[in-house]
Design a protein around this ligand. Structure first.
Ligand SMILES: [Zn+2]
Length: 319
């Protein structure tokens, strides 16, 4: 489900599964569309999106949630200007101590929150007619989920069962990842409905375990960091080694990759510095090829896996 309506998964092509065009970190009670000028954001983002297109990208999944700078009309315009599919989301972002959670959340039950998200899927976001293509949530990286964050993942489970939208959860370490997977299962939702966002912060053993359970492993934030030695955590080489390890385990069909890059920041002059969407093509893919990954395996990660993950499909546990 793109900002221009439904698209056959076969037409998604190369997909960047976690990027940002705009992020506004000011907080749920202070943000709003008045904070940025859509034309200026488009002017700034356009060359970077076109660079991605030159590298063969056909779909960008924009992961900025509501109350954090989600702007469906802006994304629709950018999609029409570039010819790329862009996917937006519904859901609430709990990390950073609920700074980006609206006040009505606290007095609502999980099913009432889920109803808001389901309504966006059925009727479009804020009267725009633009529908979300996935549920984006987030939890803090604590060893146990807070009451609020248990409510968020519960709402996501309920919304998934009604909409078939995949749940991408900004998570990080493994403990909150597995706790969320377990809550999903308690609601009859299969782990394959869950994308463990920022899974690079988990150990390789736990990543393998999660992938074996069916969850999607999002290795995002892939950027060429020139200050890092090869092999250092978060270097291109380090990401490539993790992907090779997942290949050895026969789990390449659960791997998603992206830059988690961008974006226009309304609190900075002229939106601040925008990081592009091409390091995967310039640096990671050559490294992966030199380590033995085939073109078919790269296509698996960049085309087939996003097709399957972002397919609208209710994934229930076979009980
Ligand atoms: Zn992100």
């Amino acid at each position: 489900m793109t900002v221009n309506g439904p698209v056959s998964p076969a037409l998604m092509g190369k997909t960047l599964e976690h990027e940002h065009i705009l992020v506004d970190f000011i907080g749920a009670d202070k943000t709003g569309y008045f904070r940025w000028d859509k034309n200026k954001v488009i002017e700034k983002a356009l060359p970077f999106v076109l660079d991605a297109k030159k590298n063969g990208v056909r779909t960008i999944v924009e992961c900025t949630p509501a109350y954090l700078g989600r702007d469906p009309l802006l994304l629709k315009e950018l999609s029409q200007k570039t010819g790329l599919n862009i996917i937006t989301n519904t859901g609430y972002y709990g990390a950073r101590n609920n700074l980006f959670i609206p006040n009505n959340f606290y007095s609502s039950e999980a099913d009432e929150i889920a109803d808001l998200w389901i309504n966006e899927f059925n009727n479009g976001i804020e009267g725009s007619g633009i529908k979300p293509g996935f549920i984006k949530i987030s939890v803090d990286p604590a060893d146990t989920l807070s009451t609020e964050h248990r409510k968020i993942i519960t709402a996501a489970a309920l919304a998934h069962l009604k909409t078939g939208l995949i749940i991408a959860s900004h998570t990080g370490p493994e403990k909150p990842a597995f706790e969320q997977i377990s809550i999903l299962k308690n609601h009859g939702v299969d782990p394959s409905a869950f994308i463990w966002v920022h899974a690079q912060r988990g150990t390789i053993e736990k990543i393998i375990e999660a992938a074996k359970s069916g969850a999607w492993i999002s290795l995002d934030n892939i950027r060429n960091r020139t200050n890092l030695e090869p092999g250092a955590p978060n270097s291109i080489d380090w990401y490539a080694d993790r992907i090779i390890e997942l290949k050895k385990q026969g789990l390449l069909d659960k791997v998603l990759i992206s830059h988690d890059s961008g974006y226009y920041d309304p609190s900075k002059p002229d939106g601040g510095e925008f990081s592009g969407f091409t390091d995967i093509f310039e640096f990671l893919l050559p490294d992966l090829k030199s380590k033995g990954l085939t073109d078919n395996e790269i296509e698996q990660i960049l085309v087939k896996n996003p097709q399957e993950a972002f397919k609208i499909k209710i994934r229930t546990l076979d009980l």
